[in-house]
Design a protein around this ligand. Sequence first.
Ligand code: SF4
Length: 314
Amino acid sequence: MEYLIREKVVLGVSACNFGAPFRYNRKGWDRIKAIGREHSDFIWQAVCPEVSAGLGIPRDPIRIAGGNGDDVWEENARIKNRKGEDVTENLKEACLNTLKMLRSVNAIGYVYMEGSPTCGVYRTTLKNKRLGHPPGLLGSLLLKEGFFLIPAVDLDSPLKWWDWRRRLHAFAWVEQQDIQTKQDLYNLWYTVKFLCQELDEPSARAVGKELASLPKGFMPSYTVDLKRKIMDILRKPSTVSRIKERLWKSYVYYKRATNQEIKDILHPEMQRNMTHITKELIEMERQAFQNGTFFSSAPILYRSEQRINKMIQS
Ligand code: SF4
C-alpha cells in the first residue's frame, strides 16, 4: 500500500466562493486564495446551479417554501423567489445537471456556500443566527451522494483548512483502495485508525470490533460497508485540543524513531495561537514524510510525481 495521493483531488466549489460575483445581489468572494499555493494541489470545478437555472444576476433571492431541499426532491415543498414565482423545476434540473457534471469530472468533494437555499448544507439562510431549512437543494443531493462537503468559510482558517485537507486526502485514499483480501482491509484500517479515533472514538471502536469479528474468508461486501463507515468518520471535523494531543503523541513517536527533534513543536498544554499550531502540523508532516516515519494525524499526503522525483534525485 502506498500512503500517498499522486493525482490531484477534484473538488466542486460554489462559484460565488471562487471569485465569481454570482450571488443574487452580485456578491462573490475568492475564498480559495486564502489557502495560498495549496490551491494548485487540487483541480477545482466551479458551479452555480442558480445561474445555470437561468435565474440571472442580479436576481430575486429564493427560498424553500414548506420544507427543506429533501422535501423539494420528494415533491413536498417548492422553491419560490421574492415575487412568489415558482422556480422549482428549473432549479431541480440545474442541480441534477450540476451533479452529473461533478460526477463526470470525478469530483469527490464540494466546497459549499453555507446559508444558500441551493448550495447550503447545514444552513439555508444567513439571517441572524437562524439555520433556515437545511439542507438546500444541491446540498441535499450531495449529502445523499456521499460527497466530502467542506464549508467555504473554513478555508479562511489555516487550522480548519488543515483539518479538512488531511481528512479529504484520507477520504480520497480510502475510496481509491482496491481491496482484494482481508489483510488489505486490515492494512487500510491500520493506516487511518488513529485519525478515526481522534475524530470519533466510539465509531472508530465499532469499526475495529467489526473488523476483529469478521467471519472466515473474504467477501467484497465487507469492503463496501466498512469503507463507507470509515469514510463517514473521516467527514467529521476534529477539535483544537484533540489535534494538539495527537500531534504531541506523534511527535514523541517521531523523536523515538528518528532520534531527531523539531524545535517548533510544543506540548499540548503550552499556549499558542492557531497559526502556530498549523505551522507545527505542517512541519511535522514535512519532517515525517522526509524521514519515512508515519504521522498518524495526517496519514495520507498529496505529492505530485514531479515533487517525488525531485526528492528522489536530491
Ligand atoms: S450559493 Fe450556489 S447557487 Fe448561490 S450563488 Fe453561490 S454557487 Fe450560485
